[in-house]
Design a protein around this ligand. Structure first.
Ligand code: ATP
Length: 669
C-alpha cells in the first residue's frame, strides 16, 4: 500500500534531530523482525525503515543496510567481524560494572551473550548509574564495528575491548543485545540479504528522494528511446503500470544491479540521485569488483542436453575439477582474483594473476574480467590432478613453503574488456575476444577444451568427448549455447549452461550442497564424535533451511574429527530460527547455519519426515535424499548458495522413475 512521504515523516519525532538515524530505531525494528517469521512482513518492516531514511537521512541508508545484513563492507573486501566471546565478555563486564563470575553465571543461565548483554545493560539504565550518554546513531555503530574489525597487532585484544566498551557504554539494553550479536557476526533474526534487497527496491519505488523526483519530472523520452531500455526499466517508465508490477520490476532492477556490482554503497548512491529505471547505467560491472558468477543446470544424459538445446548451436567444454576464479585486470594495472562467493583470493594462488598477465602480455589490454578454473597440474606428466590435491595446497601455503602443488589456469569466458562490459554479447563473440587477446602459455594458461555442435549434434561424438574429459581428470562437460540466448547472466542458474557429470548420468543428475543443521552423538566406534548429521537445503522463498537427509556415511575417521572441531563454535542450545525439521528427527546438538557440504545420494523420494520443497509434490510431504554420502566441504559456498528447495524439486521431477510414473498416471500427484 502506498503511503505518502509526509505521513512517514511526521510520525516519528526522533528523526527530527538532523543528527542521523538513532540506533534505537534500527534495533526496535530488528527486535520486531526477530519475532516474525513471515518473509513479506519482514520485508515490509525493513521497507518502511528504508523509506524514512530516504526522506529524512539518506546518508544513513547504506549504513543501516550494512547493519541489517551484519556486514561492514562489501564481501569482496573480506573484512569480517566474528569477534570472540571472551573479548565481548570482557567489554561487557567493564561496561556494565559487573564481575566476571556474575557474567559467567548469567551466560550459563541464558545461553546467549546477546541476551546477557541486554539483561545487564538494562539494569544499568534502570538504576540510573553514570551521566546520561550521548544517544547512539547508526553511523556511530558502523564506524565502531569497522574500527574493531581493523584492529590488529600484539595489543589488539585490549584495544578491541576498549573500543567495544566505549560503544556499549552508550547503548541501552536492546541496543546492547544487537551490538553484541552484530560483533559476534550473527544477528540471528532471519534477515537475509535477498530480503533486504527486496525491501530496498520497494522503498525506492514508494519513496523518492528530492533529486529523483526532480529528475523524473524533467524526463522526456521518446517511445523509440524507451524501447532501448531493459524490460524491467520499461515497466517502470510506463505510467500505466500498476503498483504491484512496479514493485516487481524494481526488485529485478535492484537485484541485477547487485549481481553486477555486488556493492550496496554503489546502489544506494545511484538510486538516491537517479531514477530507478536508469540504475543499470550506474551499477555496472567494473574490474576490481567481483560479479556474481553464472551457474549451470544439471542434466543426466547427452539426449537430454540435445533435447533442451534443440535448434541452437552450442559448445561442449571440459568441466574442470578445481576452484572457480574470476581474474580482474583493473585500469591501474593491478590484478585481483575472486572466488565463486566473491571473496578476494588474490593471495591464495599468487601465481594465477602472473599466469594470466603472461597470457595477454602481447596484446594491448588495459582492463578485463575473465572467468576461469584454477586446476592442480602435474607438468612432468602434463596431466591435470583431481580437486582433492588442490585442496591440500592451502595448508602448504600457510606454512609459507614453496607450493608443491602446481596449478594451471583454464579460461572459459571473458565478461569485460578494455573498458567495455561484454555481458550482453553472445558466448561466441566473448570467446572470440578471449582467444584474440589471450594466448596459451605452456603449463600456466590454457583455454577450456571444447567442441562445437549443431542442433542436430551427434550423440556419439559428444559421448566420446565426455569420456575424454573424464579420462583427462575432469568432472564431465559444461554445455553452453553459443549464439541465441547466449549472454552472460550473473547469478543465474541458466538453462543456457548445462552440466553433464559422468558419475551422475544415472540417479540424480548432480550432487547437492547442503547445510549441516544438527548432529547425533555417535555410538560404538564413533563414540566421542558425531555419528550422523542432519542436513538441509535452502528455501530461497521463505529463507528457511529444510531438512532433507540424515547422513552417516562417506566420513573417514579423520573427517569426523575435523568436522566436529570445525562446528564446535556453531553449537546452539535450541533449534535456530528458520529450521524446518520434524520433531522426530530432533538432533542431539543444533548448529547455527555456517557450512556447506557436498553430498551425493542414490535418489530423491517424497518423505513424511523430511521437508525439502515442503508441500510442492504432495500436501504435507517433503522431499528427502536416499542413501546420502558425504563428499567434501564446500568452503567456497555460503549458506544461501546451498542447493535450493527449487533445485531439489527439479531434481526430483527429473528422475526417470518419477517421469515414467507421471507419464503413466497422466498427472503429477
Ligand atoms: P552449483 O552451484 O551449480 O552446484 P558448483 O559450484 O557446485 O555449482 P558445479 O555444479 O560443479 O559447481 O558446476 C559449476 C562449476 O564448474 C563452476 O562454478 C566452475 O567452477 C566449474 N567449471 C569447470 N569448468 C568449467 C567450464 N568450462 N565452464 C564453466 N564452469 C566450469
Amino acid at each position: 500500500k502506498m503511503t505518502s512521504n509526509e505521513n512517514l515523516i511526521t510520525k516519528d519525532n526522533a528523526w527530527e534531530t538532523g543528527k542521523g538515524m538513532p540506533f534505537s530505531i534500527l534495533t526496535q525494528c530488528l527486535e520486531e523482525i526477530e519475532g516474525i517469521s513471515a518473509r513479506l512482513e519482514i520485508q515490509q518492516k525493513c521497507c518502511t525503515m528504508f523509506r524514512k531514511l530516504i526522506t529524512l537521512c539518506p546518508a544513513d541508508l547504506v549504513t543501516t543496510i550494512y547493519l541489517c545484513i551484519n556486514a561492514v563492507a562489501p564481501s569482496y573486501e573480506c573484512i569480517e567481524l566474528g569477534i570472540g566471546d571472551s573479548i565481548l565478555q570482557k567489554a561487557l563486564v567493564e561496561a556494565a560494572g559487573t564481575t566476571n563470575a556474575a557474567m559467567k553465571a548469567k551466560l550459563k543461565d541464558m545461553g546467549d551473550l546477546g541476551l546477557v548483554a541486554q539483561a545487564v545493560k538494562s539494569k544499568v539504565r534502570t538504576l540510573g548509574f553514570g551521566a546520561k550518554p550521548k544517544p547512539l546513531v547508526v553511523s556511530d555503530v558502523l564506524a565502531s564495528y569497522r574500527k574493531v574489525a581493523s584492529i590488529s597487532g600484539t595489543k589488539s585484544q585490549s584495544v578491541k575491548v576498549g573500543e567495544i566498551k566505549k560503544i556499549l557504554n552508550r547503548a541501552n539494553g536492546i541496543d546492547s543485545k544487537f551490538i553484541v550479536r552484530g560483533l559476534q557476526g550473527k544477528l540471528r533474526i532471519g534477515l537475509a540479504k535477498s530480503s533486504v534487497l527486496v525491501a530496498l527496491a520497494h522503498a525506492f519505488v514508494l519513496t523518492k528522494s528530492a533529486a529523483v523526483q526532480e529528475a523524473e519530472e524533467k524526463l522526456e523520452l521518446t517511445e523509440e528511446q524507451i524501447k532501448e531500455y531493459p524490460e524491467a526499466s520499461q515497466t517502470l517508465l510506463n505510467p500505466k503500470t500498476p503498483i504491484g508490477e512496479r514493485l516487481e520490476a524494481a526488485v529485478i532492477i535492484v537485484k541485477k544491479a547487485y549481481s553486477e556490482c555486488s556493492n550496496v554503497d554503489q546502489i544506494c548512491d545511484a538510486a538516491l540521485v537517479h531514477p530507478l529505471h536508469d540504475l543499470h547505467l550506474h551499477c555496472k560491472l567494473e574490474p576490481g569488483r567481483p560479479v556474481e558468477p553464472m551457474l549451470a543446470k544439471p542434466t543426466k544424459s547427452v539426449q537430454e542436453v540435445l533435447k533442451r538445446l534443440e535448434g541452437q548451436r552450442f559448445t561442449c567444454e571440459y568441466k574442470y575439477d578445481g576452484e572457480r576464479v574470476q581474474v580482474h585486470l583493473c585500469p591501474d594495472g593491478s590484478v585481483r582474483c575472486f572466488s565463486r562467493n566473491l571473496l578476494d583470493t588474490t593471495d591464495k594462488f599468487p601465481e594465477a594473476p602472473e599466469f594470466v598477465k603472461e597470457a595477454c602480455a602481447d596484446t594491448n589490454v588495459t582492463s578485463f574480467v575473465l572467468d576461469a578454473e584454477i586446476v592442480a597440474f602435474d607438468s612432468a606428466k602434463q596431466m591435470l590432478v583431481p580437486f582433492q590435491v588442490l585442496s591440500t595446497r592451502k595448508r602448504e601455503m600457510e606454512k609459507g613453503e614453496e607450493a608443491k602443488v602446481k596449478v594451471i589456469v583454464q579460461a572459459f569466458d571473458l565478461m569485460y574488456l578494455n573498458g567495455e562490459s561484454l555481458l550482453l554479447k553472445s558466448l561466441s563473440d566473448r570467446r572470440d575476444l578471449l582467444k584474440k587477446h589471450f594466448k596459451v602459455v605452456e603449463d600456466k594458461f590454457r583455454f577450456a577444451v571444447s567442441i562445437d555442435a549443431q542442433e542436430d549434434g551427434d550423440t556419439a561424438a559428444i559421448e566420446e568427448f565426455l569420456d575424454a574429459a573424464i579420462k583427462g581428470q575432469c568432472e564431465g562437460l559444461m554445455v553452453k549455447t553459443l549464439d541465441t540466448n547466449a549472454i552472460y547472466e550473473p547469478t543465474k542458474r541458466s538453462l543456457n549452461w548445462l552440466k553433464l557429470k559422468k558419475d551422475y548420468l544415472e540417479g540424480m543428475g548432480d550432487s547437492v550442497d547442503l547445510v549441516p543443521l544438527g548432529a547425533y552423538f555417535g555410538q560404538g566406534k564413533r563414540t566421542g564424535t558425531y555419528g550422523a548429521y542432519l542436513l538441509g537445503c535452502y528455501d530461497t522463498e521463505s529463507e528457511e533451511l529444510q531438512s532433507v537427509c540424515k547422513c552417516g556415511t562417506g566420513f573417514s575417521d579423520e573427517n569426523l574429527k575435523l568436522l566436529m572441531e570445525g562446528l564446535e563454535d556453531a553449537i546452539e542450545e535450541t533449534k535456530p530460527k528458520g529450521y524446518v525439521v520434524a520433531s522426530t528427527l530432533e538432533p542431539d546438538v543444533w548448529f547455527k547455519p555456517c557450512q556447506v557440504w557436498e553430498v551425493k545420494a542414490a535418489d530423491l523420494s517424497t518423505s513424511s519426515t523430511h521437508k525439502g520443497a515442503l508441500g510442492k509434490v504432495a500436501e504435507g510431504r517433503g522431499i528427502g535424499l536416499r542413501f546420502p554420502r558425504f563428499e567434501r566441504l564446500r568452503p567456497d559456498k555460503k549458506v544461501e548458495q546451498a542447493t535450493s528447495s527449487e533445485q531439489i524439486l527439479d531434481m526430483y521431477y527429473n528422475q526417470d522413475s518419477v517421469k515414467d510414473f507421471i507419464q503413466n498416471e497422466g498427472g503429477d500427484d
